[in-house]
Design a protein around this ligand. Structure first.
Ligand SMILES: C[S@@+](CC[C@H](N)C(=O)[O-])C[C@H]1O[C@@H](n2cnc3c(N)ncnc32)[C@H](O)[C@@H]1O
Length: 425
């Protein structure tokens, strides 16, 4: 008989996967495919070296009530996606130099019976668990991470690429200092996809010893000190909506800054099972990586909600009146048509605030504002092009050429206010 989600007892009985977890898997698979495609776009590149760390692997297989069949969990999906995308690139876009993706996989699972199920699942999926590139580790994430990072570091000269999938249940098993450790030590090309149950923090807000212990374990006691918790508890009695917004905003600021990742984009996943929401956070150091992830969320309309609204500054700083957070509490930003048009309107207005007497590189505008926005590059370029059509600005290319069409816009072009043009030439 199928068990509840994440309960692997033995390989004979599979836990049922919830629909929202299947969507999460699809996002991860699509992102990984896109990641490999973007990095190997130059057809003369023969190799891509990559480390994939699944910090909370699970047992490897589920029963899907939606599809009425067995489906793979994250470790097998990650492994197979690499092989599939490599084959796809070689058949569709490589004639001379074939691509080889050299991936090291680290599958970490703390619970012994689940670890055993994982090994069985990998074998039954035809994956050689004794291969040199597969590392299956029966430890907690925090105990396993040091040797994993050391192994990653021995494979390169500071240019190693690593993707960490940190699919914890709840919020305490990936303490925030560990995110900083990952981004501080395993190189500038590290990325992480983290699940983080904000609802567990908010719904169970308490000063009980077990709650405080969880907050401390998660490394959140600086932002949720006993004093802050008591203030929030009082506020919750008067205005629970505002309390929720305040906690989410504080967590957003804290986790992002402490992680030391340059780009930090949380999306809400609405759990159909527990009727609770959690963040699927993407952390990276490259705006292009963030852009690819955002585009994938736009392609999954209605499964995710953006944490903020459509504007550019929805997520920054603390606003005592919090009125701008009202909309996000209704989860009305669902990457659908309405969200698309609101994003376009908000961008059109929002970008003007950054136009100044100094020429502004389009890439700089995007990188400095995208953390707080659900927009992807193309939407930014559309907004900038609208201003060009309205003749408020000129767009100047690297060699001084003026851009006139939407198609010709480049990320390294500069935005110059029409009135300042004469100073440039
Ligand atoms: C949410 S499930 C993972 C699901 C899996 N990533 C997937 O998508 O198929 C979390 C897993 O992490 C394991 N786990 C719990 N605490 C852990 C820890 N501190 N370190 C590593 N694994 C842990 C649990 O036994 C469970 O199998």
């Amino acid at each position: 008989m199928a068990k509840t989600e994440y309960e692997w007892v033995d390989s004979g009985s599979l836990p049922e996967i919830a629909e929202h977890s299947e969507v999460k898997h699809s996002v991860i698979v699509q992102y990984l495919k896109q990641y490999v495609k973007v990095l190997t776009i130059n057809p003369s590149i023969p190799n891509l070296n990559l480390h994939i760390v699944d910090g909370f692997s699970g047992g490897g297989r589920y029963y899907s009530p939606k599809h009425k069949r067995e489906v793979y969990g994250s470790p097998i999906l990650l492994h197979n996606t690499i092989r599939e995308v490599e084959a796809e690139i070689n058949t569709t876009s490589r004639t001379k130099t074939k691509l080889s993706v050299n991936a090291q996989f680290y599958f970490i699972e703390k619970k012994k019976p689940v670890y055993q199920c994982l090994k069985d699942s990998l074998c039954s999926a035809g994956i050689d668990i004794n291969s040199e590139n597969i590392h299956i580790i029966n430890k907690s994430f925090t105990d396993a991470i040091d040797p994993v990072i050391n192994s990653i570091l021995t494979h390169g000269r500071g240019d190693q690429r690593a993707i960490y999938l940190l699919d914890q249940y709840g919020y305490t098993d990936v303490p925030i200092p560990y995110l900083r450790y990952i981004f501080g030590t395993s190189g500038k090309n590290s990325e992480a996809i983290l699940t983080f149950s904000t609802d567990s923090i908010i719904n169970y807000l308490s000063d009980s010893p077990s709650y405080l212990k969880g907050i401390k374990k998660a490394g959140l006691h600086e932002v949720l000190s006993l004093e802050a918790i008591n203030d929030l508890k009082e506020l919750k009695q008067v205005d629970s909506k505002q309390t929720r917004a305040l906690i989410e905003q504080s967590l957003y600021d804290f986790v992002w800054k402490k992680s030391k990742a340059r780009f930090f984009t949380p999306f809400f996943i609405r759990s159909d099972v527990s009727n609770r929401s959690y963040w699927l956070v993407h952390l990276s150091n490259h705006p292009k990586a963030r852009d690819e992830m955002v585009k994938i969320h736009w392609s999954f309309q209605n499964s995710f909600a953006h944490y903020g609204g459509p504007g550019l500054k929805m997520l920054f700083g603390f606003d005592a009146n919090l009125s701008h957070l009202e909309n996000q509490l209704q989860f009305d930003f669902l990457f659908d048509e309405s969200a698309e048009s609101r994003t376009r309107d908000a961008l059109l207005e929002g970008v003007t605030e950054y136009f100044s007497d100094e020429p502004l590189e389009i890439f700089e505008l995007i990188s400095s504002t995208c953390n707080g926005s659900p927009a992807h590059y193309e939407q930014y370029l559309d907004a900038i092009y609208s201003h060009l059509c309205q003749k408020g600005i000129k767009i100047i290319g690297k060699n001084g050429e003026q851009r006139r069409s939407r198609k010709s816009l480049r990320l390294d072009d500069k935005i110059v206010l029409e009135r300042n043009l004469t100073f440039m030439f």
